[in-house]
Structure formats: C-alpha cells, structure tokens
Design a protein around this ligand. Structure first.
Ligand SMILES: Nc1nc2c(ncn2[C@@H]2O[C@H](COP(=O)(O)OP(=O)(O)OP(=O)(O)O)[C@@H](O)[C@H]2O)c(=O)[nH]1
Ligand SMILES: [Mg+2]
Length: 232
C-alpha cells in the first residue's frame, strides 16, 4: 500500500466529480491546471482515477467498453487543479457516426484546452503501443504536450514479464523519438500510485513551492544592504 503521506496522493484523495462535458464548449473554465487520462476503451482510465481518488465509483469503471462517452472533470481540493477522464478511443462496436462525433470533440478538447498540462496515456500491459496509442503520441508531440505512459493491469502478468514489457515500451518510445516516460500500474493491487503521483505533482505544480523565507534576523520585506547595492 502506498504511503498516505505522499502529498499528491493526499490531494487526489480529495477528488470530487465536477461536471461531464459533451463538447469543449461545455467544459469548465479553462484556468488553473489539469491532467487528462486518455487511452483505448477498456484500458483502465476510470479505474486509475478511482484508485487515485481512493473511491470505488467516482469515475465509472465498467466491464462494457465504451462506457465513458463524455469528458469528465474531477476537481482536486479546489477548482484550480483537475483530473480529466476522456472517452476511450478505438472501441469497434460503437456506431461509426457516434465514434466520429467523439473523436471530433476529443480533438477539440486536446487542441483547445489551455489549462491542459499533460496527458496520461493508459495502455493495457498486454496490448501496449497500439496504432491508436502511437497516433496519440505523435499528435501530442506536434502540440508539444507532455505524455506519461501508464501500463495498466500489471497484475495480469508476473513481475519479470511486466518489467520486460516496461523496458520494451521505453525502448520503443526512445527509438521512435518520443520523450514520453512510462511506468507499471495496477488499480487492482494499488501499485504504481506513488510514481504516478510524482508525475501529476510535476504537472499540477503540487505541492506549491514554499514561499522564500527572509534571512534570519531580518524584518520581512527588507533586503540586506549588500543586496540593495547589487540590485542598484
Ligand atoms: N485486473 C485488473 N483489471 C483492471 C484494472 N484496471 C481496470 N481493470 C478492469 O478493466 C475494465 C475496464 O476498466 P475501466 O477503468 O472502465 O476502463 P476505461 O479505460 O475507463 O474504459 P472506457 O471508459 O470504456 O474507455 C474493468 O472491468 C476494470 O475492472 C487493473 O489494474 N487490474
Ligand atoms: Mg472509463
């Protein structure tokens, strides 16, 4: 079990559902910072958010792929930091028209959202780096958007084979010129939360940097004489 002391995991444990948006126009105010969870349908996006939130049913997790069809926002503490559960892509059984609609709104969101700091790209460890995932990586690279790959359902493989997949994914990312990082994750076993928490903290600027302490013995707001002369 990860240490509850991890500051970002304390923050994500305060996750609350904010709103579901069918289009970019319905999204909450584009301020602060947010991290979006993307990936193929059934990859484990909602389960990952639930694990971070330590709640079973915050984001809907389902055995029926294609359940999350809206852009779902979750606030962390206040509205200035958010996690976003994106609709899964690549689910074959969804009607073509509907698929095209989602893809259009997904593209608008990814292109138009100023507060988007990074993309968590979730991939089932048994099917990593599909064509869809590679398309997403290429697309993120053109937009200069940071990506962190999370290999989900790592509990489905033993430790050795899991690590082999992780190393192979990292190698392939590097060979193809992607700067994305990668990690193992299991929502079932709650493994990989701290590593993911580190990445979220980096992107969400959390915990915020401590304010600079004035040097001991000086009244607040005053610089030592030498500093004044250096600034002059
Ligand atoms: N064994 C195992 N199963 C998992 C894990 N994470 C998710 N699952 C299962 O995988 C299925 C899909 O999980 P979701 O979290 O709903 O996947 P999703 O990516 O949100 O799917 P969409 O909303 O359809 O795009 C569910 O049956 C989950 O219980 C995990 O870490 N281990
Ligand atoms: Mg989902």
């Amino acid at each position: 079990m990860p240490s509850i002391l991890h500051p970002v995991l304390q923050l994500t444990a305060r996750a609350q559902f904010q709103t579901s948006a069918p289009t970019l126009a319905h999204c909450p105010s584009d301020t602060g910072a947010e991290v979006a969870f993307a990936g193929r349908s059934n990859a484990g996006k909602s389960s990952c958010i639930n694990a971070l939130a330590r709640q079973k049913q915050l984001a809907r997790a389902s055995k029926t792929p294609g359940r999350t069809q809206l852009i779902n926002f979750f606030t962390l503490g206040d509205e200035s930091r958010r996690l976003v559960d994106l609709p899964g892509y690549g689910y074959a059984k969804v009607a073509k028209d509907m698929k095209r609609e989602w893809q259009k709104h997904l593209a608008f969101y990814l292109e138009g959202r100023g507060s988007l700091r990074g993309l968590i790209l979730l991939m089932d460890i048994r099917h990593p780096l599909t064509d869809f995932d590679q398309g997403m990586l290429s697309w993120a690279r053109t937009r200069n958007l940071a990506v962190h790959c999370v290999l989900t359902k790592a509990d489905k493989l033993n430790r050795g084979p899991s690590l082999n997949v992780l190393h192979a994914v990292r190698r392939q990312l590097q060979d193809e010129g992607f700067t994305a990082s990668a990690q193992l994750f299991s929502a079932l076993k709650m493994n990989g939360l701290e590593e993911l928490g580190d990445k979220l903290g980096e992107w969400l600027d959390y915990p915020p940097p401590a304010p600079l302490e004035p040097p001991a013995g000086l009244p607040e707001g005053e610089l030592p004489v030498e500093a004044h002369s250096r600034l002059a």
